[in-house]
Design a protein around this ligand. Structure first.
Ligand code: COA
Length: 261
């Protein structure tokens, strides 16, 4: 086993990439990896200088092969329940991140691996990536948000097909059904992902957070309640320096320099 950290943190300007670092186990989510991810996410969520958070797997083979099945085999029922609860908490923490989040599927994403990607706002996939919520093949179900978040991404009929058949789909198929945002060349993967986050950085970071908060809170609310959330978030941006800078830059015909203030 490697002595390297289970999660490597790579900062590029206002973007932080978290690299799952268990390539020998196809970045399977061991208890220790889940704990390490949670700790990083807690810090990043509180850091206003981080405008975008990305998650990617180390190695060319896998983004994340899901729950660590070797670890799981040694658990009794109560421990297995605790592990699934921990995974669910991780996915909820990812989904609740205030910044936009991007999963870069550099390879396979199965079970909890795809649930992790589904908890992100965007999924970019290498042309070689394969993915699926294949849990029923293991006599369990996606229990960390997959049954709920997959239909949100692809619609109920397609989600039933993928989950009940336990299908494995490739990146172009996943793109066609709306499961991934973009399919990228495997040879220039990180560069293309950086180009994607660069576009996100062109938006005011406070605006991105506010828009995300409104979009996230819409489901489950009445239209009236959702419009109230939107009104509140919209108003919260009016005093921001970035808004003034955007108007000034428009007038001066130049690119705005946002500071997240
Ligand atoms: N938990 C623990 N170890 C895992 C794992 C997992 N979910 N997935 C892969 N590994 C381990 C393998 O056991 C193997 O270990 P070994 O070298 O000690 O034999 C190593 O990672 C490499 O796996 P391998 O299958 O040879 O790699 P691959 O690149 O050919 O295939 C996958 C990668 C992800 C497609 C394949 O490993 C796979 O299908 N894994 C299971 C996915 C799954 O069912 N996840 C759970 C859904 S609930």
């Amino acid at each position: 086993m490697s002595d390297l950290p289970l999660v490597l943190l790579e900062r590029r300007d206002a973007v932080v990439w978290l690299r799952l670092n268990r390539p020998e186990s196809r970045n399977a989510l061991s208890l220790a990896l889940v704990a390490a991810l949670k700790e990083h996410l807690t810090h990043l969520a509180m850091d206003p200088s981080v405008w975008v958070v990305g998650i990617v797997g180390e190695g060319a083979k896998a983004f994340c092969a899901g729950a660590d099945l070797k670890e799981r085999k040694k658990m009794d029922d109560a421990q297995a329940q605790g592990a699934v609860d921990g995974l669910r908490a991780l996915m909820n923490q990812v989904a609740a991140m205030p910044q936009p989040t991007v999963a870069l599927l550099n390879g396979a994403a199965f079970g909890g691996g795809l649930e992790l990607a589904l908890a992100c706002d965007f999924r970019l996939a290498s042309e070689t990536a394969v993915m699926g919520l294949t849990e029923t093949k293991l006599a369990i179900i996606p229990g960390a948000g997959g049954c709920v978040r997959l239909p949100q991404a692809v619609g109920l009929a397609k989600a039933k097909e993928l989950i009940l058949l336990g299908s494995r789909v490739n990146a172009p198929e996943a793109f066609t059904m709306g499961l991934v945002t973009q399919v990228l060349s495997s040879t220039t993967l990180q560069g293309q992902a950086d180009a994607f986050t660069e576009v996100l950085l062109q938006g005011g970071p406070l605006a991105l957070r506010a828009a995300k908060r409104v979009l996230q809170s819409c489901s489950g609310l009445t239209e009236e309640e959702a419009l109230e959330v939107e009104k509140h978030q919209s108003r919260s941006l009016l005093p921001s320096k970035d808004r003034v800078e955007a108007l000034k830059a428009f007038y001066e015909k130049r690119t705005p320099q946002f500071r997240g203030e």
